[in-house]
Design a protein around this ligand. Structure first.
Ligand SMILES: [Zn+2]
Length: 171
């Protein structure tokens, strides 16, 4: 497994959107293993990662499930992996402080639905549908945003957003 360089804000792969995956090949699974490794072993460990953040414009996200995550569904090496994820339902609202490996130096309180239903494929290409809330629902929404070319600060009003973008560390 390899530690992959994390792409930073300003790179077009983070804003251009992604391709859906047709067939889950060994090449994709190797990439997923590298993503999980990178999420866990980077300079700043993270709880989630989306493929555009390692420079690949494909619909793959990985997340570190909190201890309360029950079951083995869609897991790989203890991480939750979703291919072609789609959020099909959201309810409630919570505000949580978020940050992002691709935007070093900034965080912001972001309001999102508290509970979601997300569909996709697991790393074996099997369809899965997960109903999650709390930390994992938050991570999934943040990572699916990356697939759609969005950042967490895009949920803020334009003034706050501009201020935050100007503070992203460039080094
Ligand atoms: Zn992020």
């Amino acid at each position: 497994m390899h530690l992959l360089p994390v792409v930073k804000h300003g790179d077009s792969v983070l804003t251009d959107g992604v391709e859906q995956i047709g067939e889950v090949t060994d090449e994709i699974r190797n990439l997923i293993d590298d993503m999980i490794y990178t999420m866990r072993n980077g300079k700043t460990p993270a709880v989630g990662l989306a493929a555009p953040q390692i420079g690949r414009a494909i619909a793959v996200i990985v997340a570190e499930p909190p201890p309360e995550y029950e079951g083995e569904e869609a897991t790989r090496d203890g991480a939750v992996v979703l291919i072609n994820p789609e959020i099909v339902y959201g309810a409630g609202a919570t505000v949580v402080e978020e940050g992002c490996l691709s935007c070093p130096g900034i965080t912001a309180d972001v309001q999102r639905p508290a509970k979601i239903i997300i569909k996709g494929l697991d790393s074996d290409g099997r369809p899965v549908k997960l109903e999650v809330e709390g930390a994992l629902a938050r991570i999934f929404q943040h990572e699916v945003d990356h697939l759609n070319g969005k950042f967490f600060f895009d949920h803020l009003n334009p003034i706050k957003r501009q201020l935050l973008k100007s503070r992203i560390r460039r080094t």
